[in-house]
Design a protein. Structure first.
Length: 453
């Protein structure tokens, strides 16, 4: 009993340590701060869509293996064992091969054994085309995995940039709140000295409250984007997602690649376009398979069979005497199938037209996507130049007005107006900056480069 208790305690301790180790490994696998590449790598591993497509690849490979195995013979063994009992029959006759066996035994037993094989010699090319079709489907399944990973990279990047933008917006909100608090403190001191009235102080208090409200709004938007990113990465709801401080490598005003160059590269490299091309190729195979169903087929067969029954001597002697080898060839020629072959061929050709239209549509959508990224990148670069210049002017104007307000040369209305202008200019500059970075990164991505910011 003591030995059992000791073993149980050791086992419990071991399981507890294993659980702790597993938890530690899982925790270590999650970084404290997430870079863009960390988010992309994690999402690729955890995405249900990617995992489902990978399962589809394994399924397609099994289908391909089945198609290739159809070139091999089919071999089967069969056996039939039968026990009979005739309580009211005086004699019993059974046929064994070419002999008729009579016995008075009320109980009889018989058995048969056979090994049979068959193999297609000619089937109009069905096996060959089914193998080609399975190979194409496997390639399409593999490309679907790549396409889903690229789609996740694009979505992750868009959300990541939105988070960076809102994080900096919140930081700028803190700066404006600090400025507003300093002004309010100064105004309250001036009010005590009798240099400002209560209405002016209340106006600054209202402005500070608006700045705090704007920060809360920006923080709410930031958390919303974080939640979307966590969901896309399949992170648990209580998992922290702290974005690493951005080390932006991309120049906001970097030269843009040519739209046509990006499009030409994307036509050759994007997996969704390769899928469309393979879908076109698949329709040709479907047509050949449809035509094959109307062609003759030749099948070879061979078999070894024997049997035995009671009342006819030794079992092994019977098996030897009844041994039968056979070989044959079956020819099947379709004559009339109610037009099914003709309609199947016509259907395959219609599917080819549909596949072609799908490919053209995908190419047009690709061009629209690239053109939109290019236009957005160029427009946001121009907006960034103007917005940054405006922000610098607004900052200079606000600093000057703030000093003049301290000296009593400017009133509250002018001060709050300049602060509102600075806040708006800062917001416009940040939006233009990060949208330009995002669109430049997407253009380079479609041009075959890794995603960087």
């Amino acid at each position: 009993m003591r030995y059992t208790m000791v073993c149980f305690m050791i086992l419990t301790w071991a399981l507890s340590m294993m659980a702790q180790d597993t938890t530690a490994v899982a925790a270590a696998a999650t970084p404290d701060t997430w870079t863009l590449q960390d988010c992309i790598n994690w999402a690729k591993q955890q995405s249900i869509t990617v995992q489902r497509n990978k399962v589809g690849v394994r399924t397609s490979r099994l289908t391909l293996e089945d198609a290739r195995n159809n070139r091999l013979p089919v071999v089967s063994f069969s056996s039939n064992q039968q026990l009979g009992y005739r309580p009211f029959q005086q004699t019993h006759s059974s046929v064994l091969g070419s002999e008729v066996i009579s016995t008075s035994n009320k109980t009889s037993y018989s058995g048969s054994y056979g090994v049979n094989a068959s193999m297609s010699i000619y089937d109009g090319g069905q096996i060959k085309n089914n193998i080609r079709l399975a190979e194409l489907n496997t390639q399409i399944a593999e490309l679907n995995v790549l396409a889903s990973e690229l789609s996740i990279e694009e979505q992750i990047t868009q959300l990541y940039v939105q988070i960076l933008y809102n994080q900096e917006a919140v930081s700028r909100d803190d700066e404006l709140i600090a400025l507003g608090q300093a002004q309010l403190d100064r105004a309250r001191a001036l009010k005590k000295a009798g240099l400002l009235n209560k209405a002016d102080v209340s106006q600054l208090e209202s402005q500070l409250a608006q700045d705090k409200y704007q920060k809360v709004s920006d923080e709410t938007t930031l958390e919303g984007y974080r939640l979307q990113l966590k969901q896309l990465m399949e992170l648990d709801g209580d998992e922290d997602l702290t974005i690493a401080d951005p080390q932006l490598e991309t120049d906001v005003l970097a030269e843009l690649p040519s739209k046509q160059d990006v499009y030409s590269h994307a036509l050759e490299s994007r997996p969704e376009l390769k899928v469309q091309q393979l879908a076109m190729d698949r329709t040709y195979i479907d047509e050949q398979l449809a035509q094959a169903s109307g062609k003759p087929s030749v099948t070879a067969s061979a078999g070894i069979n024997t049997s035995n029954t009671t009342g006819n001597g030794n079992m092994f002697t019977q098996l030897k005497n009844q041994w039968n080898n056979g070989i044959g060839v079956t020819l099947s020629i379709p004559i009339w199938d109610h037009g099914k072959t003709k309609n199947a061929v016509a259907r395959a050709r219609l599917e080819r037209e549909t596949a072609y239209l799908d490919m053209v549509d995908t190419q047009k959508n690709l061009w629209k996507t690239i053109e939109n990224y290019w236009l957005q990148a160029r427009n946001n670069q121009q907006r960034y130049i103007a917005a940054k210049e405006n922000m610098d002017y607004c900052r200079e104007s606000y600093d000057l007005t703030s000093e003049q307000f301290r000296l009593g040369m400017k009133n509250i209305v002018e001060l709050t107006q300049d602060k509102t202008n600075l806040s708006s200019a800062t917001q416009q500059m940040l939006q233009a900056k990060y949208m330009a970075l995002l669109n430049i990164a997407m253009l380079r991505y479609y041009n075959g480069e890794s995603i960087t910011l």
